[in-house]
Design a protein around this ligand. Sequence first.
Ligand SMILES: NC(=O)CC[C@H](N)C(=O)O
Length: 357
Amino acid sequence: MKKKLILESGEVFHGTGFGAEQETAGEVVFNTGMTGYQELISDPSYCGQIVCMTYPLIGNYGINRDDYESIEPAIKGLIVKELCDLPSNFRTQITLDELFKKKNLSGISGIDTRRLTRILRSKGVTKGKIVNTDVDEKAVIEELKATNFPTNQVEQVSTKTSYASPGRGFKVVLVDFGSKLGIIRELSQRNCDIIVVSHDTTAEEILLMDPDGIMLSNGPGDPEDNAEALVMIQKLLGKVPIFGICLGHQLIGLACGAKTYKLKFGHRGGNHPVLDLEKNKVAITSQNHGYAIDQESLKNTDLVETHIALNDRTNEGVKHKIHPCFSVQYHPEASPGPEDANYLFDDFITLMEDFKK
Ligand SMILES: NC(=O)CC[C@H](N)C(=O)O
C-alpha cells in the first residue's frame, strides 16, 4: 500500500507501507547499524521513536526466536530503503513484515534514507508521521507541531512487577527503566542473582532486598523526566555499589548534580569509538542515545569523566570520586553490536567484591 512520511519540518517522502496499515507518529531518528534490526526494534529505549535505518537492505536475515531485547517492541515505526521479504538464515522464523503485522507496527520502505538522514543530521531529530497518501500534508505538519513528547515513556516500558533471574553469585537489583534483556544476560553469565524491579522502586525497598550491587538500566525519553529515580540514587550512593548504563548513566549524573542536554541527532549505531581515559584504550561501541551529560557541569560534582566519544568528544562515562559507582553512556552488553566494552561487567563484579571486603 502506498504511504508517505511527513516531517514536522515539512519534507514529504513517498514509499510503500509494510506491517500494520495504521498511521504512526513519533520522533524520527536514524541508526547506522548494518545488522541488529531485531534487537533495535525490541529495545525499549526506542519507545516513541520512528527509526530510519541508513543501511539500505533491512530484513535479509529475518526474525528469529532469540534476538529480542524485550518481549513487546516499544518502537513506533521503521523507515527503510529496501525491505527484504525473502530472508535467508537458518534461524529465521518469520519475516520483518510478518513481525510488524503480528505486533501491529507500521513501517515504510522505498524511502531515500540517505536524504532523510542528511536532513536529520542538519536540522536535528524531528517529529514525523507515516500516513496514507491521501492524507492532507499541511494538517499533519500542524498536528506534529502541536504534539509534545510524552514524559512518561519509562513508565510505559518498565516492568510493573518485580521478577527474579536466580543465580548463585552476587545479588544485583536491576532497576528497570526499559532494560534490554542483554543486560540481564551479561549479569547472569557472571552468576549474579538478579532481581528486576520497577523504575519507581524506592531506595528503602531496594535496601530491604540486601543487594550486593545495583544496576541502573537503559531506557527511553528525557532523563530529566525521572525525578523520583534521582532521590532513590542519592539515597543508595555509598550504601551499595552502583553501575549505570545509558539512561542509568544520565540519572547518576543528574543525581550527583550534573546536567544533561539533548544532542542534535544522537548516537545510534554499532561503530562508535569511545576512549577509556583511565585504561587509555579505545572500544568500538554499540550506542543508542539522544541525550548526554554536560561535561562542564561535571566540574561541580563528585563525578569524574572516564570515557569520551572520539567522533564528537562528548561524555561517555563517569565514576564517583568517593562512592563505589560508575556508569557509561554506551551499551557494553552490545545487543546489537560489538562486545569490546563487555569488560565493564567484570569491573562491576570487582567493585562488588571490593565493597564486600
Ligand atoms: N538507550 C538509552 O538508555 C537512552 C537514554 C536516553 N533516553 C537518551 O536518549 O539519551
